[in-house]
Every structure is written in C-alpha cells, then in structure tokens.
Design a protein around this ligand. Sequence first.
Ligand code: UDP
Ligand code: MG
Length: 333
Amino acid sequence: MNAHPQRIALVVPVYNEAGLIARSLPEILARAREAAPGSPVDLIAVDDGSNDGSRASLAALSEQDPAIHFLSFTRNFGKEAAIHAGLVQAVEHTDAAAVIVIDADLQHPPELMGQMLQHWRDGAKVVEAVKVARGDEGALRGLAARAFYSAFTRMSGLRLDQDTDYKLLDREVVLTALQLGERARFFRGIVRWLGFPTVQVPFVVAPRAGGSTNWSLRSLARYAWRNLTSFSSAPLGLVTTFGAVGLVVGGVLAVKAIVDKLQGVALSGFSTVILLQVIFSSLILLSLGIIGSYIALIYDEIKGRPHYIIRPGDMTGARQPVAAKPEQANVST
Ligand code: UDP
Ligand code: MG
C-alpha cells in the first residue's frame, strides 16, 4: 500500500502439536506472505511447555526459514499465557505494524488473512474472525460452550459467542492491551473491552488438521470459570440474593412457627430452634453478600484497568495514548 511495506507478525500458540506444525506453520507463513506482498512477515511460535517434540520441530523449522522464531515455556502455562508472550515478543522485539494471532492446527483458515489484512489497511484496528458454525465439537462440548457464552454475555456485557482467538490486531491495540496489568487474562474479552474500531470476518471452523484437542472438559470448565470471574463480579452478588431470598422464606417460616407456638401445636423447644436457625442463617448469608460486594470493589480496583481508552488519533501527537507514556498512564502493574 505504500513505499515501506509494514512488517506483519504472526503469533501461534503451540502445545503438543509435533505431528502438525511441520506442515501447518509453513502453510500459515506462506499464506500470510501471499496476503501481504512485499511485507516482511515473522512467525512467532510460542511453545506452551509441550512434551512431545514440538520444540525440536520448531527448532528445525526456524533453521529452514529464518522468519520462523520460537520461544518455549518451562511448563504448560495455558494458551492465554502463550498468546500474551507472543504479543510481547511481536511488539517489543519486532516493529510489526500488525499482529495476527492464529491457532497451529489449521482450524483457523489461513486463507482469511488476505481479507483481514485488507480490512486493517482500510482502517480497522482489530479484525476478528468469527465462527459461523461450530466445528467438530461433541454435543456436550457445544452445550457447555453455549452455556458459558450466554452466562458470560449476561454477566460481563461482552458478546463473545462465535468469537475466537483468531484476530488481527494493530500494533497500537497490542501495546494498549499489554498495558492492562491483569494477571488473569482473557484475550478475547480484553480485545473486545478495549473497544477499538473492529471489523468481523466470518468463517466456518474446519476440523482439526491432525492430533487432538488439548482441552479436556475439565480444563474447559476451569477456563470458563476463570474467565467469567476475571470479567465479572456478578457471582459474588449471588450471595446477597441468596441471603435476601433466605430472609423472605425465613420470615414466612418464623411467622408460622410463632403462630404454631401461640396455638400450642408446636413441639416444645422447636420454635426457638427454628427461629434461631432462620434468623442467623439469613443474617450470615446477607453479611457474606455485603462482604462480597466489598471484595468485588477491591477486585475491580486491583485489576487497575484504565478508566477509558482514547480513540486512535483523537489526541494530537499521541499515537499510542496509553502505551506511549506508561509512567503517566492510569494503569498499575
Ligand atoms: N494451546 C496452547 N496451550 C494449551 C492448549 C492449547 O498453546 O494449553 C494451543 C494449541 O496448540 C492450538 C491452540 O492453542 O494452537 C488451540 O488449541 P486446541 O486446538 O487444542 O483448542 P480448540 O481448537 O479446541 O479451541
Ligand atoms: Mg483447535
């Protein structure tokens, strides 16, 4: 598009994909090069503590093509951590103008990169690839995913169904995202939360090109809960609701116990027991709810997200408002 083609970085999280990456990474890189003619393209693979020879395979790949770089975690830290490390690598060690995050298993069609880059050149800061159909998931997994997304949407106000980690991010978006000091990270949620001008590109999820998914249902459930709680303190509010409901039910029971007592139909001592039971359990739940709401406040404070993010180009002379002056940004790390 101009005399100085801008560098593109691909970030690929890899966990136990030895059978696959020798084929998939060169393919992803080749597609990216086709999509960005003249631009230098780097592929940054992040080996998330694989124990199946993925690392050796990555080493061989980077020998063959110096545009392939990799770093390895000491152990499996999870895809979120791998993406984070890749983004840091892309903006701190290359001058990439755009970063594309893509899975190693070819479930994110590399052909889409042409379209994504075009939207970016047309001004989008974020281009998200969204699923139009869920791929080879079992019924249970699809159900679990749907339940998670609908709960997430309701509690966090972010619409994440159909969303994937397959995204193109402008350098500015990456720098801004990296300024958020949170330890519990949810890549898709954060990108959406930042609110940069976004374009969506639909795609049909392909079946895995080989190997098998590294997510067990258990790890998926843990992931879902962590991401929900890292984006919303609504579950804490449930305690208050339980307490309030308990108080109402308890009130009814208490009246009944007193009436029974007055009518002389209550067992001796029973009224005292049930009254104590009802009053104190409701009070305990309500107190927990109140404490919970303060924990929620602490939680939001401690995340230390900036109060706002300025639109790109809306502040004269500051191309990266948050990232350019980290010491002044309203961010704690
Ligand atoms: N992955 C990772 N760390 C993990 C699990 C997965 O880096 O702990 C990578 C994996 O190698 C792949 C991508 O994340 O490139 C998506 O993983 P997978 O295909 O297993 O998940 P799914 O497609 O079912 O979401
Ligand atoms: Mg996959």
